[in-house]
Design a protein around this ligand. Structure first.
Ligand code: NAD
Length: 367
Protein backbone atom coordinates (compact mmCIF):
# COMPACT_ATOMS: atom_id res chain seq x y z
CA UNK A 1 0.00 0.00 0.00
CA UNK A 2 2.73 2.47 1.01
CA UNK A 3 4.78 1.65 -2.09
CA UNK A 4 1.74 2.19 -4.24
CA UNK A 5 1.25 5.60 -2.63
CA UNK A 6 4.86 6.74 -2.90
CA UNK A 7 5.06 5.28 -6.38
CA UNK A 8 2.34 7.77 -7.23
CA UNK A 9 3.79 10.75 -5.35
CA UNK A 10 7.34 10.03 -6.48
CA UNK A 11 8.95 9.91 -3.03
CA UNK A 12 12.46 8.51 -2.74
CA UNK A 13 12.39 7.49 0.90
CA UNK A 14 10.03 7.44 3.86
CA UNK A 15 11.50 6.82 7.29
CA UNK A 16 9.37 5.73 10.24
CA UNK A 17 11.13 6.67 13.47
CA UNK A 18 10.23 5.09 16.78
CA UNK A 19 11.72 5.38 20.25
CA UNK A 20 9.80 3.73 23.04
CA UNK A 21 11.48 5.51 25.94
CA UNK A 22 11.07 9.04 24.68
CA UNK A 23 7.68 8.28 23.11
CA UNK A 24 8.90 9.37 19.68
CA UNK A 25 6.69 8.50 16.75
CA UNK A 26 7.87 10.42 13.72
CA UNK A 27 7.89 10.13 9.95
CA UNK A 28 10.54 11.71 7.75
CA UNK A 29 9.60 11.91 4.08
CA UNK A 30 12.27 12.59 1.47
CA UNK A 31 10.56 13.41 -1.78
CA UNK A 32 13.33 14.32 -4.19
CA UNK A 33 17.07 14.95 -3.79
CA UNK A 34 18.03 15.56 -7.42
CA UNK A 35 18.91 19.20 -6.73
CA UNK A 36 20.38 18.66 -3.27
CA UNK A 37 19.59 17.45 0.23
CA UNK A 38 15.92 17.44 1.15
CA UNK A 39 15.13 20.39 3.39
CA UNK A 40 11.83 20.92 5.13
CA UNK A 41 10.40 21.70 8.52
CA UNK A 42 9.42 19.44 11.36
CA UNK A 43 5.77 19.64 12.35
CA UNK A 44 4.36 18.37 15.65
CA UNK A 45 0.65 17.69 15.62
CA UNK A 46 -1.81 15.40 17.46
CA UNK A 47 -2.88 13.61 14.28
CA UNK A 48 -6.08 11.64 14.70
CA UNK A 49 -4.61 8.65 12.85
CA UNK A 50 -1.19 7.51 11.66
CA UNK A 51 -2.53 7.65 8.12
CA UNK A 52 -3.30 11.37 8.58
CA UNK A 53 0.29 11.93 9.68
CA UNK A 54 1.61 10.02 6.68
CA UNK A 55 -0.64 11.89 4.24
CA UNK A 56 0.46 15.22 5.69
CA UNK A 57 4.18 14.49 5.54
CA UNK A 58 3.95 13.14 1.99
CA UNK A 59 1.99 16.18 0.79
CA UNK A 60 4.22 18.72 2.53
CA UNK A 61 7.52 17.14 1.48
CA UNK A 62 6.46 17.05 -2.17
CA UNK A 63 5.55 20.75 -1.94
CA UNK A 64 9.06 21.49 -0.66
CA UNK A 65 10.63 19.94 -3.76
CA UNK A 66 8.74 22.39 -5.97
CA UNK A 67 9.36 25.35 -3.72
CA UNK A 68 13.13 24.81 -3.53
CA UNK A 69 13.36 24.15 -7.26
CA UNK A 70 11.53 27.34 -8.23
CA UNK A 71 13.54 29.32 -5.67
CA UNK A 72 16.68 28.28 -7.55
CA UNK A 73 18.15 26.54 -4.51
CA UNK A 74 20.39 23.49 -4.50
CA UNK A 75 17.94 21.73 -2.27
CA UNK A 76 15.45 18.93 -2.58
CA UNK A 77 12.15 18.47 -0.82
CA UNK A 78 11.55 16.82 2.52
CA UNK A 79 9.48 17.20 5.64
CA UNK A 80 9.03 15.48 8.99
CA UNK A 81 6.17 15.07 11.42
CA UNK A 82 6.09 14.03 15.05
CA UNK A 83 2.80 12.54 16.15
CA UNK A 84 2.02 14.20 19.47
CA UNK A 85 0.52 17.18 21.23
CA UNK A 86 2.97 20.10 21.26
CA UNK A 87 1.33 21.37 24.46
CA UNK A 88 2.00 18.24 26.51
CA UNK A 89 4.23 15.73 24.77
CA UNK A 90 7.47 17.69 24.31
CA UNK A 91 10.68 16.66 26.06
CA UNK A 92 14.42 16.92 25.59
CA UNK A 93 14.62 13.17 25.00
CA UNK A 94 11.90 13.31 22.33
CA UNK A 95 13.71 15.92 20.25
CA UNK A 96 17.15 14.41 20.77
CA UNK A 97 15.78 11.07 19.71
CA UNK A 98 14.37 12.70 16.59
CA UNK A 99 17.76 14.38 16.03
CA UNK A 100 19.47 10.97 16.08
CA UNK A 101 17.23 9.75 13.29
CA UNK A 102 17.97 12.89 11.27
CA UNK A 103 21.68 12.31 11.88
CA UNK A 104 21.40 8.71 10.66
CA UNK A 105 20.39 10.03 7.24
CA UNK A 106 23.79 11.72 6.85
CA UNK A 107 22.48 14.95 5.36
CA UNK A 108 19.92 13.50 2.96
CA UNK A 109 17.32 15.31 5.09
CA UNK A 110 17.81 18.67 6.82
CA UNK A 111 15.21 19.73 9.33
CA UNK A 112 13.81 23.13 10.39
CA UNK A 113 10.94 24.58 12.42
CA UNK A 114 7.34 24.21 11.38
CA UNK A 115 3.94 24.24 13.08
CA UNK A 116 4.12 23.24 16.76
CA UNK A 117 7.92 23.55 16.97
CA UNK A 118 9.98 26.40 18.36
CA UNK A 119 13.60 27.40 18.47
CA UNK A 120 14.09 25.74 21.90
CA UNK A 121 12.99 22.36 20.53
CA UNK A 122 15.48 22.80 17.71
CA UNK A 123 18.29 23.32 20.23
CA UNK A 124 17.74 19.75 21.42
CA UNK A 125 17.74 18.42 17.86
CA UNK A 126 20.96 20.33 17.22
CA UNK A 127 22.67 18.45 20.07
CA UNK A 128 22.39 15.27 18.04
CA UNK A 129 22.84 16.40 14.45
CA UNK A 130 24.27 19.19 12.32
CA UNK A 131 21.47 18.84 9.83
CA UNK A 132 19.22 21.50 11.35
CA UNK A 133 18.41 24.99 10.10
CA UNK A 134 16.49 27.83 11.66
CA UNK A 135 18.32 27.52 14.95
CA UNK A 136 18.90 30.50 17.22
CA UNK A 137 21.32 33.21 16.11
CA UNK A 138 23.69 32.34 18.97
CA UNK A 139 24.33 29.04 17.17
CA UNK A 140 24.91 30.76 13.84
CA UNK A 141 21.28 30.42 12.82
CA UNK A 142 19.27 32.91 10.80
CA UNK A 143 16.56 33.76 13.33
CA UNK A 144 13.01 34.79 12.45
CA UNK A 145 12.43 34.41 8.69
CA UNK A 146 9.28 36.57 8.60
CA UNK A 147 10.84 39.91 7.59
CA UNK A 148 12.58 38.12 4.73
CA UNK A 149 9.40 36.44 3.67
CA UNK A 150 7.68 39.84 3.68
CA UNK A 151 10.47 41.38 1.62
CA UNK A 152 10.28 38.44 -0.78
CA UNK A 153 6.53 38.94 -1.05
CA UNK A 154 7.21 42.54 -2.09
CA UNK A 155 9.49 41.25 -4.84
CA UNK A 156 6.72 38.97 -6.05
CA UNK A 157 4.36 41.92 -5.97
CA UNK A 158 6.68 44.09 -8.07
CA UNK A 159 6.90 41.38 -10.73
CA UNK A 160 3.11 41.02 -10.67
CA UNK A 161 2.46 44.76 -10.98
CA UNK A 162 4.89 44.87 -13.87
CA UNK A 163 3.18 42.14 -15.86
CA UNK A 164 -0.36 43.27 -15.03
CA UNK A 165 -0.08 47.06 -15.12
CA UNK A 166 3.23 47.65 -16.91
CA UNK A 167 4.80 49.54 -14.02
CA UNK A 168 6.04 48.83 -10.50
CA UNK A 169 4.64 51.82 -8.67
CA UNK A 170 3.51 50.11 -5.49
CA UNK A 171 2.13 53.35 -4.04
CA UNK A 172 -0.23 53.90 -6.97
CA UNK A 173 -2.31 50.85 -6.08
CA UNK A 174 -4.54 49.68 -3.25
CA UNK A 175 -4.25 46.47 -1.25
CA UNK A 176 -6.37 44.17 0.89
CA UNK A 177 -4.10 42.33 3.33
CA UNK A 178 -5.66 39.38 5.13
CA UNK A 179 -3.68 38.49 8.25
CA UNK A 180 -1.21 40.85 9.87
CA UNK A 181 0.89 38.39 11.86
CA UNK A 182 4.65 37.98 11.55
CA UNK A 183 4.77 38.30 7.77
CA UNK A 184 1.64 40.37 7.13
CA UNK A 185 2.66 43.14 9.52
CA UNK A 186 6.09 43.53 7.88
CA UNK A 187 4.51 43.46 4.45
CA UNK A 188 2.00 46.16 5.41
CA UNK A 189 4.85 48.28 6.69
CA UNK A 190 6.63 48.00 3.33
CA UNK A 191 3.46 48.83 1.40
CA UNK A 192 2.86 51.89 3.51
CA UNK A 193 6.45 53.04 3.04
CA UNK A 194 5.50 53.33 -0.63
CA UNK A 195 2.42 55.34 0.35
CA UNK A 196 -0.05 52.68 -0.78
CA UNK A 197 -3.68 52.54 0.35
CA UNK A 198 -3.92 49.43 2.55
CA UNK A 199 -6.96 47.67 4.04
CA UNK A 200 -6.24 45.09 6.73
CA UNK A 201 -8.08 42.43 8.67
CA UNK A 202 -7.10 39.88 11.32
CA UNK A 203 -8.78 37.93 14.11
CA UNK A 204 -6.18 39.54 16.36
CA UNK A 205 -7.72 42.96 17.05
CA UNK A 206 -4.55 44.36 18.61
CA UNK A 207 -2.55 43.63 15.48
CA UNK A 208 -5.19 45.37 13.37
CA UNK A 209 -5.14 48.39 15.68
CA UNK A 210 -1.35 48.57 15.35
CA UNK A 211 -1.72 48.72 11.58
CA UNK A 212 -4.20 51.57 11.94
CA UNK A 213 -2.29 53.54 14.60
CA UNK A 214 1.30 52.96 13.51
CA UNK A 215 0.99 52.57 9.76
CA UNK A 216 -2.20 54.39 8.80
CA UNK A 217 -4.06 51.38 7.36
CA UNK A 218 -7.83 51.06 7.20
CA UNK A 219 -9.36 48.20 9.21
CA UNK A 220 -12.13 46.05 7.73
CA UNK A 221 -14.08 43.03 9.06
CA UNK A 222 -12.85 39.46 8.62
CA UNK A 223 -15.29 38.71 5.84
CA UNK A 224 -15.34 42.21 4.35
CA UNK A 225 -11.78 41.81 3.13
CA UNK A 226 -13.06 39.94 0.05
CA UNK A 227 -15.29 42.84 -0.95
CA UNK A 228 -12.64 45.56 -0.79
CA UNK A 229 -12.40 47.57 -3.96
CA UNK A 230 -8.66 47.17 -4.39
CA UNK A 231 -6.07 46.33 -7.02
CA UNK A 232 -4.31 43.58 -5.08
CA UNK A 233 -5.57 40.93 -2.70
CA UNK A 234 -2.80 39.68 -0.39
CA UNK A 235 -3.64 36.57 1.64
CA UNK A 236 -1.17 36.44 4.55
CA UNK A 237 -3.11 34.29 7.01
CA UNK A 238 -4.54 30.91 6.13
CA UNK A 239 -4.64 28.71 3.07
CA UNK A 240 -7.66 28.03 0.85
CA UNK A 241 -9.02 31.58 0.96
CA UNK A 242 -9.37 31.75 -2.81
CA UNK A 243 -12.34 29.44 -3.28
CA UNK A 244 -15.68 29.25 -5.07
CA UNK A 245 -17.39 31.42 -2.46
CA UNK A 246 -14.75 34.17 -2.27
CA UNK A 247 -13.54 34.38 -5.87
CA UNK A 248 -16.70 35.99 -7.28
CA UNK A 249 -16.34 38.69 -4.61
CA UNK A 250 -12.65 39.49 -5.15
CA UNK A 251 -12.39 42.68 -7.20
CA UNK A 252 -8.60 42.80 -7.26
CA UNK A 253 -6.67 42.26 -10.48
CA UNK A 254 -3.76 40.56 -8.72
CA UNK A 255 -3.58 37.91 -6.00
CA UNK A 256 -0.19 38.06 -4.34
CA UNK A 257 0.48 37.20 -0.71
CA UNK A 258 2.56 35.09 1.65
CA UNK A 259 0.04 32.46 2.79
CA UNK A 260 0.60 28.86 1.78
CA UNK A 261 -1.87 26.97 -0.43
CA UNK A 262 -4.01 29.99 -1.29
CA UNK A 263 -5.99 28.27 -4.04
CA UNK A 264 -8.59 25.93 -2.57
CA UNK A 265 -8.42 23.67 -5.64
CA UNK A 266 -6.76 23.51 -9.06
CA UNK A 267 -10.14 24.24 -10.62
CA UNK A 268 -10.23 27.54 -8.74
CA UNK A 269 -6.77 28.30 -10.08
CA UNK A 270 -8.09 27.86 -13.61
CA UNK A 271 -11.12 30.00 -12.80
CA UNK A 272 -8.90 32.78 -11.39
CA UNK A 273 -7.14 32.89 -14.73
CA UNK A 274 -10.39 32.85 -16.71
CA UNK A 275 -11.61 35.86 -14.78
CA UNK A 276 -8.51 37.78 -15.81
CA UNK A 277 -6.87 37.90 -12.39
CA UNK A 278 -3.13 37.44 -12.18
CA UNK A 279 -2.20 34.87 -9.57
CA UNK A 280 1.35 35.04 -8.19
CA UNK A 281 1.97 31.41 -7.15
CA UNK A 282 2.23 31.27 -3.37
CA UNK A 283 5.20 28.99 -3.00
CA UNK A 284 7.28 31.14 -5.36
CA UNK A 285 6.25 34.34 -3.59
CA UNK A 286 6.80 33.11 -0.02
CA UNK A 287 10.14 31.35 -0.60
CA UNK A 288 11.98 34.05 1.39
CA UNK A 289 11.94 32.00 4.59
CA UNK A 290 13.39 28.95 2.84
CA UNK A 291 16.03 31.01 1.06
CA UNK A 292 16.99 32.57 4.35
CA UNK A 293 17.62 29.28 6.14
CA UNK A 294 19.43 27.86 3.10
CA UNK A 295 22.15 30.47 3.66
CA UNK A 296 22.95 28.96 7.04
CA UNK A 297 24.99 26.22 5.39
CA UNK A 298 27.80 28.57 4.39
CA UNK A 299 27.65 30.74 7.49
CA UNK A 300 24.66 33.04 7.73
CA UNK A 301 24.94 36.46 6.16
CA UNK A 302 22.09 38.95 6.13
CA UNK A 303 23.19 40.84 3.03
CA UNK A 304 23.40 37.65 1.05
CA UNK A 305 19.93 36.77 2.26
CA UNK A 306 18.47 40.09 1.08
CA UNK A 307 20.15 39.72 -2.29
CA UNK A 308 18.70 36.26 -2.64
CA UNK A 309 15.17 37.54 -1.88
CA UNK A 310 15.48 39.82 -4.89
CA UNK A 311 15.63 36.61 -6.95
CA UNK A 312 11.93 36.11 -6.22
CA UNK A 313 11.22 38.99 -8.59
CA UNK A 314 13.00 37.21 -11.42
CA UNK A 315 11.50 33.82 -10.55
CA UNK A 316 8.00 35.29 -10.81
CA UNK A 317 8.96 36.82 -14.15
CA UNK A 318 10.00 33.38 -15.39
CA UNK A 319 6.77 31.82 -14.17
CA UNK A 320 4.66 34.45 -15.94
CA UNK A 321 6.74 33.87 -19.06
CA UNK A 322 6.16 30.08 -18.96
CA UNK A 323 2.42 30.64 -18.42
CA UNK A 324 2.30 32.78 -21.54
CA UNK A 325 4.61 30.53 -23.53
CA UNK A 326 2.61 27.38 -22.81
CA UNK A 327 -0.84 28.92 -22.47
CA UNK A 328 -1.32 27.58 -18.93
CA UNK A 329 -2.41 29.15 -15.62
CA UNK A 330 0.40 30.60 -13.53
CA UNK A 331 0.01 28.02 -10.74
CA UNK A 332 0.71 25.29 -13.28
CA UNK A 333 3.55 27.29 -14.79
CA UNK A 334 5.28 27.36 -11.38
CA UNK A 335 5.15 23.55 -11.20
CA UNK A 336 6.43 23.36 -14.75
CA UNK A 337 9.34 25.65 -13.98
CA UNK A 338 10.26 23.41 -11.03
CA UNK A 339 10.02 20.25 -13.12
CA UNK A 340 12.08 21.73 -15.93
CA UNK A 341 14.83 22.76 -13.54
CA UNK A 342 14.93 19.40 -11.75
CA UNK A 343 15.06 17.65 -15.10
CA UNK A 344 17.79 19.88 -16.55
CA UNK A 345 20.02 19.83 -13.46
CA UNK A 346 19.41 16.11 -12.95
CA UNK A 347 20.88 15.51 -16.39
CA UNK A 348 24.18 17.22 -15.67
CA UNK A 349 24.82 14.98 -12.68
CA UNK A 350 26.64 11.75 -13.40
CA UNK A 351 25.05 8.79 -11.63
CA UNK A 352 27.94 8.16 -9.23
CA UNK A 353 28.47 11.77 -8.24
CA UNK A 354 25.59 12.45 -5.87
CA UNK A 355 25.19 15.86 -4.21
CA UNK A 356 27.78 17.87 -2.39
CA UNK A 357 27.07 17.61 1.35
CA UNK A 358 26.11 20.89 3.05
CA UNK A 359 28.97 22.31 5.08
CA UNK A 360 27.40 24.25 7.95
CA UNK A 361 30.27 26.63 8.42
CA UNK A 362 30.32 29.04 11.31
CA UNK A 363 27.90 27.08 13.43
CA UNK A 364 28.27 25.91 16.99
CA UNK A 365 26.36 23.23 18.82
CA UNK A 366 27.40 24.52 22.23
CA UNK A 367 25.08 25.65 24.98
P1 NAD B 1 1.29 34.25 11.91
O1 NAD B 1 0.60 33.18 12.68
O2 NAD B 1 2.28 35.11 12.60
O3 NAD B 1 0.20 35.23 11.24
C1 NAD B 1 -1.01 34.81 10.73
C2 NAD B 1 -2.03 35.85 11.11
O4 NAD B 1 -3.26 35.52 10.49
C3 NAD B 1 -2.27 35.95 12.60
O5 NAD B 1 -2.17 37.28 13.03
C4 NAD B 1 -3.71 35.42 12.75
O6 NAD B 1 -4.41 36.02 13.80
C5 NAD B 1 -4.29 35.78 11.41
N1 NAD B 1 -5.47 35.01 11.04
C6 NAD B 1 -5.77 33.72 11.31
N2 NAD B 1 -6.96 33.40 10.80
C7 NAD B 1 -7.43 34.51 10.18
C8 NAD B 1 -8.61 34.80 9.47
N3 NAD B 1 -9.56 33.89 9.28
N4 NAD B 1 -8.76 36.04 8.96
C9 NAD B 1 -7.81 36.98 9.14
N5 NAD B 1 -6.68 36.75 9.83
C10 NAD B 1 -6.50 35.53 10.34
O7 NAD B 1 1.93 33.53 10.63
P2 NAD B 1 3.02 34.13 9.65
O8 NAD B 1 4.34 33.56 10.02
O9 NAD B 1 2.84 35.58 9.51
O10 NAD B 1 2.60 33.40 8.28
C11 NAD B 1 1.49 33.86 7.53
C12 NAD B 1 1.27 32.93 6.34
O11 NAD B 1 2.46 32.92 5.54
C13 NAD B 1 1.01 31.48 6.70
O12 NAD B 1 0.14 30.93 5.75
C14 NAD B 1 2.38 30.83 6.59
O13 NAD B 1 2.28 29.46 6.30
C15 NAD B 1 2.94 31.60 5.40
N6 NAD B 1 4.39 31.62 5.37
C16 NAD B 1 5.12 32.21 6.35
C17 NAD B 1 6.51 32.24 6.29
C18 NAD B 1 7.31 32.91 7.37
O14 NAD B 1 8.49 33.23 7.12
N7 NAD B 1 6.76 33.19 8.54
C19 NAD B 1 7.17 31.66 5.21
C20 NAD B 1 6.41 31.08 4.19
C21 NAD B 1 5.02 31.06 4.29
Amino acid sequence: MIFETIGHTGHEQVVFCHNKDSGLKAIIAIHNTVLGPALGGLRMWPYATEQDALNDVLRLSRGMTFKAAVAGLNLGGGKAVIIGDPNKDKSEALFRSFGRFVSSLNGRYITAEDVGIDVNDMEFVLKETDYVTGVHQVHGGSGDPSPFTAYGTMQGLLASLNVKFGNEEVGKYSYAVQGVGHVGMEYVKLLREHGAKVFVTDINKEAVQRCVDDYGCEAVGLDEIYDCDVDVYSPCALGGTVNEKTLPRIKAKIICGAANNQLATDEIGVEVEKRGLLYAPDYAVNAGGLMNVSIEFDGYNRERAMRMMRGIYYNLGKIFHIAKRDGIPTFKAADRMAEERIHAIGKIKLPHMGNAAPRFLGRSRGQ
